[in-house]
Write a protein that binds this ligand. Structure first.
Ligand code: 5AD
Ligand code: SF4
Length: 433
């Protein structure tokens, strides 16, 4: 039997889909197939912005015909969107052909839900309010060798006023340190060369006395050649202790993803981010002082309610001052149930579109400029794939740049040193040395 998973959203969801694949394989769906040939199709949805939701709605709707032709096909919809208040009902009503609805809080029930669905005709819905346990113990089918994702926390307690995550993912829960260490040791033993620790706010990880820097220190002390990444860091919890652990270990990549969201203090306060522009920049300065070759990437939102042109320009100036090497940029999207959705002064779409275009232009120019600085230098990349179109192998350097190169043998999963001959945006081109 064959399966097909459609994933929306962030790395957290990509890893969750690997766990869903693990559950499907245990349930007897052994191979991945194109959508049309699958016996079960699972949508792993995201609700962080409206366009991610619309995308999922469109794709699920498009299945109606296939489902009519293939009666035995099982359609399952899970992920954050299902966990959103009232959404399970809407999905069921709009798409009566859905067989299984499951929330992020009951991923580990999916196997049982599939069995129930196979045994009965009617749809199976299971969307608990709050999760009692974590997903630990589900063996993922990893799809991103030589990288492996490892959850360290689930959920979020921060309640940034624009964000729906705390409502759909529930309160923050940290995994036990020993469990995480055992998982990473096993991955390294099995040949994974890059471990990415995942959490909505990794800096607030806590297991008894163990904080995030301690956890990171212990993971980086595991023997073997591998790289260690982590995301996402919240600027309010960013600490000197974390910088010193990053500095201590070569294994920890000199790249920090530190979402700033805005460069304006008034907007940051309305967002409930609990740091100022000054505090943010002092964190950046500390990192650059201690690790001069470290780079910083970020997330930025434009068009938050009441944002003025001058406040938007403060975001532009932050991009320059912090020297971001790249950024994920978003137009503010009102999410039902969040505080910001109720705020007066929602910004017209054309204003937000104009702002994001200017922001993207600035970020891209800065990315190009920084990448150009790599020409003539050597970088170590971890080869992860082959690009058929370009006829080149590719991999990332520790700062997240993509390096492309020619090779007679297949170096996927190996560290390769490149001498950079050309740069284009976030991509570097080079020769092996
Ligand atoms: N509108 C726009 N962007 C958002 N993000 C989270 N919620 C929203 C929203 N309602 C962005 C933030 C966050 C990233 C994962 O998504 O920048 O860091
Ligand atoms: Fe959302 Fe803020 Fe939590 Fe990030 S830290 S998941 S933006 S509430």
């Amino acid at each position: 039997m064959k399966y097909h998973i459609v994933t929306y959203g962030c790395q957290m969801n990509v890893h969750e889909s690997e766990k869903i694949a693990g559950i499907l394989q245990t349930a007897g769906y052994k191979t991945v197939s194109p959508l049309e040939e699958a016996d079960i199709i699972v949508f792993n949805t995201c609700c962080i912005r409206e366009n991610a939701e619309n995308h999922a709605f469109g794709n699920i709707g498009a299945l109606k015909k296939l489902k009519r032709q293939k009666k035995e096909l099982i359609v399952a919809v899970g992920g954050c969107m299902v966990q959103e208040e009232g959404k399970a009902g809407i999905l069921k009503e709009k798409f009566p052909f859905i067989d299984i609805l499951f929330g992020t809080h009951n991923l580990n029930e999916l196997g049982a839900l599939i069995e129930r669905k196979r045994a009965q005709k009617k749809a199976v819905i299971s969307v608990p309010e709050e999760r009692a346990e974590t997903e630990d113990g589900i063996l993922p089918v990893r799809t991103s060798y030589p990288n492996a994702w490892v959850n360290i926390t689930y959920g979020c307690n921060n309640f940034c006023t624009y964000c729906i995550v705390p409502y759909v993912r529930g309160r923050e829960r940290s995994r036990k340190k020993e469990e995480i260490l055992a998982e990473v040791r096993e991955l390294v033993k099995n040949g994974y060369k890059e471990i990415t620790l995942l959490g909505q706010n990794v800096n607030s990880y806590r297991d008894g006395e163990v904080s995030f820097p301690t956890l990171l220190d212990e993971i980086a002390s595991i023997e073997g050649k591998f790289r260690l990444r982590f995301m996402t860091s919240h600027p309010k919890d960013f600490s000197a202790e974390l910088v010193s652990v990053m500095k201590k270990h070569d294994k920890i990549c000199n790249l920090l993803h530190l979402p700033a969201q805005s460069g304006s203090d008034r907007i940051l306060q309305l967002m409930n981010r609990r740091y100022t522009r000054e505090k943010y920049l002092s964190g950046v300065a500390l990192l650059k002082r201690e690790i001069p070759d470290a780079e910083i990437t970020t997330d930025l939102i434009v068009g938050f309610p009441t944002e003025t042109e001058a406040e938007f320009e403060e975001t532009l100036s932050l991009v320059k001052e912090a020297g971001f090497s790249s950024a994920f940029t978003f137009i503010y999207s009102p999410r039902t149930g969040t505080k910001a959705a109720e705020m007066e002064g929602q910004i017209p779409e054309e204003v937000s579109k104009d702002r994001i275009a200017r922001l993207i232009a600035l970020v891209n120019a800065q990315t190009r400029e920084k990448s150009a600085g790599y020409v003539g230098k050597r970088v170590e990349i971890l080869c992860e794939d082959y690009d058929e179109k370009k006829g080149l192998y590719l991999g990332r350097d520790e700062r997240g740049r993509m390096g492309y190169f020619e090779s007679d043998k297949n170096p996927i999963g190996e560290f390769v040193t490149l001498e950079i001959t050309r740069a284009n945006g976030i991509s570097l081109y080079g020769k092996t040395v």
